[in-house]
Design a protein around this ligand. Structure first.
Ligand SMILES: C[S@@+](CC[C@H](N)C(=O)[O-])C[C@H]1O[C@@H](n2cnc3c(N)ncnc32)[C@H](O)[C@@H]1O
Length: 228
């Protein structure tokens, strides 16, 4: 589950209002509030467990991988994005997942847990996991043909540090390489200008729609694609 604490924003108040109703008697307004909060909590879970995978799958289906591609998943967590490349294993030379394994940002997050998941995939012999921070990546300049990063950058605060993350991503990305960033919330639109300043071309941003709503449409997921 992504950012398990996010669920508390919906189920916490629902529980409190529900208990207050039990103690003071049923009233329609409170019942509607509980229902809306529970539905938002369930939508959050749907996006984390089903929706984000659908978005990733459609992104990967639209990517044309060249032969011997070297891929970086920056902030891989449990490897959700890497797993979408399962069917394209033959075209991949190496796929590297880096993470700081924060349990606040993703439940049961550890390099061992992700290694186990990847060992059971078609990509077992292509994947390498490393403990590394996007803000200080242990790679040479121009290493990766494709870089993906999903639901990671919003965790990096303050915003200025996200610029550093994007500078680092641009540094390790090969010329003509492809970049895909999925992230939460409206600040994502600011990445577009930064990527253009870093020399990326064809920078596009789209709202991923219903599958990317974190509880409500007010917390959407955006997908940015660009070419260096
Ligand atoms: C919400 S999870 C998303 C994981 C995965 N990309 C996915 O979409 O399922 C965010 C991940 O970003 C990682 N993360 C946060 N800040 C990071 C940083 N500065 N460098 C590397 N990883 C980071 C967290 O440890 C966590 O695994």
């Amino acid at each position: 589950m992504d950012a398990p604490i996010g669920l508390a924003f919906f189920f916490g108040p629902a529980l409190i209002i529900g208990i207050m109703m039990l103690m003071s008697g049923f009233n329609t307004v409170s019942a509607i509030m509980v229902l809306v909060l529970v539905l938002c909590g369930l939508k959050y879970m749907h996006t984390s467990i089903i929706g984000k995978y659908r978005i990733m799958k459609s992104i990967v289906n639209s990517i044309h991988l060249k032969k011997d591609s070297k891929i970086l998943d920056a902030g891989c967590g449990h490897g959700a994005f890497m797993l979408q490349f399962n069917r394209q294993a033959a075209k991949i030379s190496e796929i590297i997942g880096i993470d700081i394994w924060s349990n606040k940002d993703q439940g049961s997050n550890s390099i061992a847990a992700t290694q186990k998941i990847m060992d059971n995939s078609n990509l077992a012999d292509k994947v390498k996991l490393k403990t590394a921070n996007i803000l200080d990546m242990p790679f040479n300049d121009n290493e990766f043909d494709l870089i993906v990063s999903s639901l990671v950058l919003h965790n990096i605060k303050p915003f200025e540090k996200r610029k550093v993350a994007l500078v680092n991503i641009a540094r390790v990305q090969k010329q003509k390489g492809q970049l895909v960033i999925m992230d939460i919330g409206y600040e994502t639109s600011k990445y577009v200008r930064i990527l253009k300043e870093l020399g990326y071309q064809n920078v596009n941003i789209v709202n991923a729609g219903y599958n990317g709503w974190w509880g409500t449409p007010m917390v959407p997921t955006f997908v940015i694609t660009a070419t260096k």
